[in-house]
Design a protein. Structure first.
Length: 228
């Protein structure tokens, strides 16, 4: 599967800003400058990503001189190609152990001003309560990883084990875009529904089942998995 253009992969971190943005507003007529600027990507990257998306048939480009625009026309294929390319294991994960049944609440209180988001079952369960698990998965992106992890471990009394563990602190593969459209649910910061689905899809145990359930659950509530 070739999702690369000019050496760029449309499922790479910064490139996915364009995909995420388009998916979050699927009816919009997009112009290239919608994706550039302070929070966006370079003009060259935007043009390269849109070119590849057009070749793959995800989008249609309507050429009308200065009024040209782009429409997302094949959302389902875009998502199925994305989940085929992406694996949660691309992240770097540090695993610890806590016997504390209340550890998630303690995380929420301790990390309230810090850059974190829950994912996988621990994020999706806040919406669905679908999988009973004591495993906590959270993306963390502090200024100084070693210093902040040490502090976090001391504050929450997280133990290092030779194997096993139930607390998984993740250095994101999508360093920039994993926080895109993050949501707050019951006071917890959680990745977007789209990122939940991407993370769950190839994750064992029970990830795909939970991802499909989440999608169905949101649709029944009149919400869309991808819209922020």
């Amino acid at each position: 599967m070739n999702n690369h253009t000019n050496g760029k992969n449309i499922f790479a971190d910064k490139a996915t800003f364009i995909l995420r943005k388009m998916l979050s507003n699927p009816e919009k007529k997009w112009v290239t400058r919608d994706f550039t600027g302070a929070d966006g990507v370079s003009l060259g990257m935007a043009q390269g990503v849109l070119e590849t998306m057009a070749k793959k048939g995800y989008i249609e480009r309507v050429k009308r001189g200065p009024d040209s625009y782009t429409l997302l026309t094949n959302r389902d294929e875009l998502i199925s190609d994305w989940v085929a390319e992406y694996r949660f294991e691309l992240n770097e994960i540090d695993t610890y152990y806590s016997p504390d049944n209340n550890i998630l609440t303690k995380f929420k209180d301790y990390l309230k001003d810090k850059p974190y988001v829950l994912t996988l079952h621990s994020g999706a369960n806040l919406i669905t309560s679908f999988v009973v698990t004591d495993q906590v998965y959270l993306y963390f992106q502090p200024e100084d990883w070693n210093k902040d992890i040490l502090e976090l471990r001391q504050q929450l009394d997280l133990k290092e084990l030779v194997r096993g563990g139930n607390i998984h602190i993740i250095r994101p593969h999508y360093k920039k875009s994993v926080f895109y459209s993050a949501q707050t649910i019951k006071g917890y910061k959680v990745v977007s529904n789209l990122q939940l689905y991407l993370d769950l899809y190839n994750f064992k145990p029970r990830g795909r089942e939970h991802g499909e359930y989440l999608k169905k659950y949101l649709e029944e509530k009149g919400k869309n998995l991808y819209e922020s």
